[in-house]
Design a protein around this ligand. Structure first.
Ligand code: GCB
Length: 614
C-alpha cells in the first residue's frame, strides 16, 4: 500500500518537474559532451529571393507534391543526361562558412532579408550499426526548413535556440546531402517582430553537428540543488528509445563519492533525489563544477555541473543564502574578433573577459538566447547570467501562434541551459508596452517558465514612468511587476530623457517590495571623439551620464544591481547618423574594434569600489 502511494507521489513529482520539457520531441541536451562530428565549415549556397527553389510557378510548394521535379532545390538535382533541364547546381555555387551570418561574409548580402539555401555533402560510417544519428543545429536565423537526402526532416522557427532531427533511417555511408532553406524575413507576428534595435543577421549562425547515440539513449536530465534544501541534489533523467521503462541509471558524482541508482518509469523518466552534506557550493568567488556521470545500460554522458541556490527575500537577492549585488553589463551576441554574429568560443571568451575586467560578476545576455559557449564559460568563470526571450517591443500579443512561438523559444533555451549554475534569471521580455493582452501573454510565459524550472528567478526589462503625474518622481507602474521575482527596468535619464544633469533632479519611488535591477542605462559616444560634457557623442558626455546615473540610482533603496547598455558598440540599421553611427549603436563602453571609452573606467572604478566595500 505504502509502496503504491510512493509510486503515485513520485510520478506526480516527476510529472510536474518535466512535463513541458519532455513535450519537445527528442531535443538532445549537452551535445558538448556527446559523441559527434562537426558539420561546420564550407557549405554551398544559393540566394533565392523569390523562393523559386521552394514554390513552383503556380506558387505551390514543391515539397507538397509527390514528384517535385527538377525545380525543387531540396532534391539537389543533377541533369541525368545531356538533354535534362536543371537550372541550379549547388556544387557549382559559391561557398559560405558555417557557423556565421551571411551579412558580414558576402558584401551583396549585407542588407539581405530572405531565403538562402545551404547544402553540405558528407560521408558517415556509424560507430555501431544499432546506433541512432541526429543532425543538431545550435541555431539558424530565423526559419529553417531542413531536408536530408531529398526528404523533409522538419521546420524550426526562432533564430537563437537549438533543435535536432533524427536521420538514422535516411543516412548512407557516402554521398549524404543536407539542405537547409534559411529564411530571415522579418514578420509582424514573429518573435521578435518587425522592429528591433539590432541587426537581423541571417544564416546558419551556430554550430551544426551529427550526433550519434545508442538505441536507448540518455536524452535529457535536470540536475540541480533543491532550492528549498541545499543538502539535496534533485531532478530527473530521461531515456529515449524503444526499451526504456524499469531501467537502472547510475548517477555518479565521484568528487562527492555519490553513486546512486535510480529507476525509470514507463515514460523512461527516473527521478533523482540525493542527499549530500559536503557540497562545495558554486558561487562567483568559487565557481566549482562537479563532474556528473549518468550511466544507463547502453549509454553514458558526463557534464560539469555547479550546485547553488538563488532566491529572493524581501528586497534582496540571495546566492547560497547570502546577499549579492549584481555588478553587471548588457551584451549583444556580436563577434569582437571578426564582426557580425558571434558564434565561437573565442568570441564568448573575449566578451566575458571584458566583463570581468570591468569588475562584473553578472551579465545580461540581451535580447535573445546567446550561444551555449557563453553560459558554459560563465559557469567556469563565476559570472551570473540573465537569459532573455526575444519578446521585444511591439509583439502581436493577441495572436495565439505568436504566443506559442515565444513559449517554444523560451522552452528551448531553458531546456538547453537548465543545468548551468551561472544562469539565475529567465527574462520574459524587453520594454513591452502595457495592455491587457500583453499582460496575459507575459503572465502565461512566466507561469510556463516556473513549471519548467522552479530553481531560478523570473524577470523582464520593464519601463519606468512618472509617479502620479510628477515628472521628477519615477516609479514602475506595470501589473507585470507583481508577477516577476526581480523587478527590472530600463531608464535613459540623461540621454533620451533630458541632459545628464537631470539625474540630479529625479527621485525614485518604487512601491513593490522586491529586489530591483536596472536592466539598462547609457549614452552614445563615438570612440576618440572628445569635447565638453554637453556635446552629444563625445566620450565626455557618455562619461558624465555614467557619473550622474550612478549617483542618482544610489537613491533607490531596493537596488540590487544593474547592467548598463552596453559592453560593445553593435550594428543596428536604425542608427544612420553619418560619421558617428554609420550603422552602429554607439552606446558601447568599448568600440567594435576593442578600444575602451572613458565611461568604461567610471563603471570599473564603481565596481572595484563595491568589491572593496564588500
Ligand atoms: C533600449 C532597448 C535596447 C536599445 C537601447 C538604445 O531601451 O532595450 O534594445 O538598443 O534602448 O540604445 O536605445
Amino acid at each position: 500500500m505504502f509502496k503504491t502511494y510512493r509510486k503515485v507521489l513520485l510520478s506526480i513529482f516527476v510529472f510536474s518537474f518535466c512535463i513541458y520539457i519532455t513535450a519537445q520531441e527528442n531535443l538532445l541536451i549537452n551535445t558538448y559532451n556527446r559523441s559527434s562530428i562537426s558539420l561546420n565549415g564550407d557549405w554551398n549556397y544559393i540566394v533565392d529571393p523569390y523562393e523559386n527553389g521552394f514554390y513552383n510557378y503556380r506558387y505551390e510548394p514543391f515539397e507538397n507534391q509527390t514528384k517535385p521535379g527538377n525545380g525543387a532545390f531540396f532534391i539537389n538535382a543533377k541533369p541525368k543526361d545531356k538533354t535534362d533541364l536543371v537550372e541550379y547546381d549547388f556544387d557549382l555555387s559559391d561557398v559560405i562558412q558555417v557557423p556565421s551570418d551571411w551579412n558580414t561574409q558576402k558584401e551583396n548580402l549585407f542588407y539581405y532579408e530572405g531565403t538562402v539555401w545551404y547544402k553540405k555533402s558528407f560521408d558517415y560510417v556509424k560507430m555501431n550499426q544499432d546506433n541512432r544519428v541526429f543532425v543538431y543545429f545550435e541555431a539558424v536565423n530565423y526559419q529553417a526548413d531542413v531536408y536530408f537526402n531529398g526528404e523533409k526532416l522538419g521546420t524550426h522557427i526562432g533564430g537563437f535556440t537549438p533543435f535536432n532531427f533524427e536521420v538514422t533511417e535516411l543516412l548512407k555511408e557516402s554521398d549524404n546531402f543536407l539542405i537547409v532553406k534559411v529564411d530571415n524575413k522579418r514578420k509582424k507576428e514573429a518573435v521578435p517582430t518587425l522592429n528591433t534595435d539590432w541587426w537581423n543577421y541571417g544564416g546558419i549562425t551556430r554550430d551544426v553537428k551529427l550526433v550519434e547515440v545508442s538505441n536507448n539513449y540518455i536524452q535529457d536530465y535536470f540536475i540541480q540543488l533543491n532550492p528549498k534544501n541545499n543538502q539535496q541534489i534533485r531532478g530527473f533523467v530521461q531515456l529515449n528509445g524503444t526499451d526504456i521503462s524499469e531501467k537502472e541509471i547510475l548517477v555518479s558524482i565521484p568528487e562527492l563519492k555519490i553513486n546512486t541508482k535510480v529507476l525509470t518509469n514507463e515514460q523512461g523518466i527516473a527521478s533523482i533525489e540525493i542527499k549530500s552534506k559536503k557540497i562545495n557550493y558554486w558561487s562567483t568567488q568559487n565557481p566549482h563544477l562537479y563532474t556528473v556521470i549518468l550511466t544507463s545500460e547502453s549509454d553514458e554522458i558526463k557534464d560539469q555541473i555547479g550546485f547553488r541556490t538563488i532566491k529572493t527575500s524581501g528586497q534582496e537577492i540571495l546566492l547560497n543564502d547570502e546577499k549579492i549585488f549584481l555588478k553587471g553589463i548588457s551584451i549583444h551576441e556580436e563577434s569582437p574578433i571578426k564582426g557580425g554574429r558571434g558564434s565561437t568560443i573565442e568570441d564568448a571568451q573575449q566578451l566575458l573577459n571584458w566583463a570581468k575586467e570591468l569588475g562584473c560578476n553578472y551579465v545580461r545576455l540581451a535580447h535573445y538566447p546567446h550561444n551555449e559557449h557563453m553560459v558554459r564559460l560563465a559557469d567556469k568563470m563565476g559570472i551570473l547570467v540573465w537569459e532573455e526571450n526575444p519578446v521585444y517591443w511591439t509583439i502581436a500579443w493577441d495572436n495565439i501562434e505568436t504566443y506559442k512561438n515565444a513559449e517554444n523559444q523560451l522552452t528551448e533555451v531553458i531546456n538547453r541551459d537548465k543545468n548551468r549554475a551561472s544562469v539565475i534569471i529567465w527574462s520574459m521580455a524587453n520594454e513591452t508596452p502595457t495592455s491587457e493582452p500583453r499582460n496575459i501573454f507575459l503572465t502565461n510565459l512566466a507561469a510556463h517558465t516556473r513549471k519548467l524550472d522552479p530553481t531560478r528567478l523570473i524577470s523582464a526589462a520593464l519601463e519606468q514612468s512618472n509617479f502620479e503625474g510628477n515628472a521628477t518622481i519615477r516609479t514602475i507602474h506595470d501589473s507585470f511587476a507583481d508577477v516577476v521575482d526581480v523587478l527590472s527596468f530600463n531608464q535613459y535619464v540623461g540621454w533620451y530623457d533630458g541632459l545628464p544633469e537631470k539625474c540630479g533632479q529625479i527621485t525614485w519611488k518604487i512601491t513593490q517590495n522586491k529586489p530591483v535591477l536596472i536592466s539598462e542605462f547609457g549614452a552614445g559616444a563615438k570612440v576618440g571623439l572628445h569635447g565638453d560634457k554637453l556635446t552629444r557623442w563625445t566620450e565626455e558626455y557618455q562619461e558624465d551620464v555614467y557619473i550622474q546615473t550612478l549617483k542618482m540610482i544610489e537613491g533607490i533603496e531596493q537596488l540590487q544591481g544593474f547592467s548598463p547598455w552596453i559592453l560593445v558598440d553593435f550594428r543596428s540599421p536604425r542608427r544612420v547618423l553619418p560619421k558617428i553611427q554609420d550603422g552602429w549603436n554607439r552606446k558601447g563602453l568599448i568600440s567594435e574594434d576593442g578600444q575602451k571609452k572613458k565611461a568604461f573606467f567610471i563603471l570599473k572604478n564603481y565596481y572595484d569600489g563595491k568589491n572593496a566595500s564588500n
